[in-house]
Design a protein around this ligand. Sequence first.
Ligand code: SAM
Length: 254
Amino acid sequence: MIKPRKRFGQNFLVDQGLIGKIIRSFDTRPGEQVVEIGPGQGALTEHLVNTGCDLTLVEIDRDLADLLAERFPNVNLMNEDVLKADLPAVISEPPVRVIGNLPYNISTPLMFRLFKHLELFHDMHFMLQLEVVNRMTAEPSTKSYGRLSIMTQLYCQAEKLFEVPPEAFNPRPKVQSAIVRLEPRHRIAQVDTGVIEPMLIQAFSSRRKTIRNALKGLISESELESLGLSPTLRPENLSVEDYIACSNLISARS
Ligand code: SAM
């Protein structure tokens, strides 16, 4: 048994019932290309191997990588930081399916990184902090809705599958967790990411402003009105489609 390392966000799954539920919801088939991020001590890996899928593991911790190599000698193993890995090189046969019980401290940067390589992925199942899953899947005009919701839903179809309590892990995290399923969507092809992404940063730098002020310098009041958007709305009232429309209006102009 390896001592969990806090700096790598190591909370190992120990609840066999939940491990089974995660594997069933992932539902992989023999021969499918699967990448597991952060396999740890192999709680999910063992079951994935038994499905007969074609598995690649990406684990940052050298000691855990040694343990995994010994336990699963026929599985591809990369002892790497997934935030630095050359993803197109690691994934030689896209699109792959991805699964990971992720360290919570890297979840948002990792999501934004994966969104830049969507062509590599068929779908992704992640265990994340419940609050993050709620933000990713939130609807407009709710408390959780913000830049992460719009970025996620711009790039992917996002579905919260189920919640996981702290008791399912050792050591127990301080927060609730949940499984989210992300499926790349091609809506992103309709929009210039170089326009919409900075626009979202500006829009959500102050949620209390009206969009007239929050989008100042980017889009005028009359342009907002031409899209059917009242300038007195708040950034969290606009749907993903509304932001796409604003972004496309800006792109068409320049
Ligand atoms: N999958 C195992 C389980 O469910 O028991 C372990 C999950 S634990 C929450 C997260 C795992 O991700 C750890 O094994 C940790 O070492 C690994 N990890 C942390 N940061 C990583 C990174 N940047 N790249 C790859 N693996 C990472």
